[in-house]
Design a protein around this ligand. Structure first.
Ligand SMILES: NC(=O)c1ccc[n+]([C@@H]2O[C@H](COP(=O)([O-])OP(=O)(O)OC[C@H]3O[C@@H](n4cnc5c(N)ncnc54)[C@H](OP(=O)(O)O)[C@@H]3O)[C@@H](O)[C@H]2O)c1
Length: 296
């Protein structure tokens, strides 16, 4: 059986490092780093993510301010809230929890966030800077995946990384990040999507395979070559009557089928998920330092 990459433990270690850093930075600057979180509506998964983010802020003693807007909130209210957080000196990072209800234009709303406070890295300026190789903020899930690999002793340089999924929040920024001519990157990257022909043939050529499709257990054993490192980004709810909630979470990889073939594999839950939150904290600390002229 391949080694399980324990994202929960690695994320805990990162939060521990950040906690010590926040303590000394708070003393130095005279205030704690601050994160403003906006949640519009009551999407159940979004509420869970916001709760996890709140807990991480409490643990690290990062100041957090949550704005909960009702699901039919007019665009003007959201716009005003973002502008207030942009101007708020206590706030270093702004997180607009996606997806937004249908009547709100996600692209337009994310574009309102001050790029220097865009700790999610979703603003087009930050995506452009990432592509350019002069990043301000890298999106949290790609950052978390890189850290999972590096902290598990997986060399990325020169490896063939196959990413299945081309979303703006995972697939594309991860591809841009790992292809950079930089330490911790320098990979040869292939990006697959729903129109890719012979997907299994491509995924079998991977040294590192990242599944970010949003399709429960779509990556099966026949799609993975022996010795591949497998990173499962997917979070899918499937019905499970034995659970009180009536569902459980599975990834995009058929974990039971693939775990004996992979050299290392992330579980769901407990793999990429906790890393995404740890990297949100890391980006908030990064923003705090940049805004206070402290060397990164
Ligand atoms: N762990 C975390 O912290 C974290 C963070 C973000 C997202 N997620 C999870 O990661 C998953 C992906 O999220 P996302 O926002 O990137 O998803 P998304 O926007 O729905 O994008 C899915 C991508 O997968 C591709 N795809 C779908 N079915 C495919 C198939 N059968 N074969 C090949 N490609 C296929 C799509 O191709 P097309 O472009 O051709 O449609 C698309 O590019 C979701 O389960 C999400 O919940 C987890």
């Amino acid at each position: 059986m391949g080694e399980i990459i324990d994202g929960k433990r690695i994320a805990e270690a990162i939060r521990g490092e950040l906690k010590a850093e926040v303590e000394s930075l708070t003393e130095k600057v005279g205030r704690a780093p601050g994160l403003g979180v906006i949640l519009v509506g009551d999407n159940p998964a979004s509420k869970v993510y916001v709760r996890h983010k709140r807990r991480a802020c409490e643990e690290l003693k990062v100041f957090s301010e949550e704005s909960l807007l009702e699901k039919d909130a007019p665009e003007e209210r959201l716009r005003k809230r973002i502008e207030e957080l942009n101007a708020d000196e206590k706030i270093d990072g702004i997180l607009l929890q996606l997806p937004l209800p249908d009547h709100l234009d996600e692209d337009a709303m994310v574009s309102l966030i001050e790029p220097a406070k865009d700790v999610d890295g979703f603003h087009k300026l930050n995506l452009g800077r990432l592509l350019w190789g002069r990043e301000l903020f890298v999106a949290c899930t790609p950052l978390g995946i890189q850290q999972l690999l590096l902290r598990s002793g997986v060399e990325i340089e020169g490896k063939h990384v196959v990413i299945v999924g081309r979303s703006n929040i995972v697939g594309k920024p991860l591809a841009a990040f790992l292809m950079q001519k930089k330490a911790g990157a320098n990979a040869t990257v292939t990006v697959c999507h729903s129109r890719t022909k012979n997907l299994a043939e491509v995924t079998r050529s991977a040294d590192i395979l990242v599944a970010a499709m949003g399709r429960a257990r779509a990556i099966t054993a026949d799609m993975v070559r022996s010795g591949t490192v497998v990173i499962d980004v997917g979070i899918n709810r499937i019905p499970d009557e034995s659970r009180k909630s009536g569902y459980r979470l599975v990834g995009d990889v058929d974990f039971d089928g693939v775990k004996d073939i992979a050299s290392k594999i992330t579980p769901v839950p407990g793999g990429v998920g906790p890393m995404t939150i740890a990297m949100l904290m890391s980006n908030t600390v990064r923003s705090f330092k940049m805004r206070n002229g402290i060397e990164l």
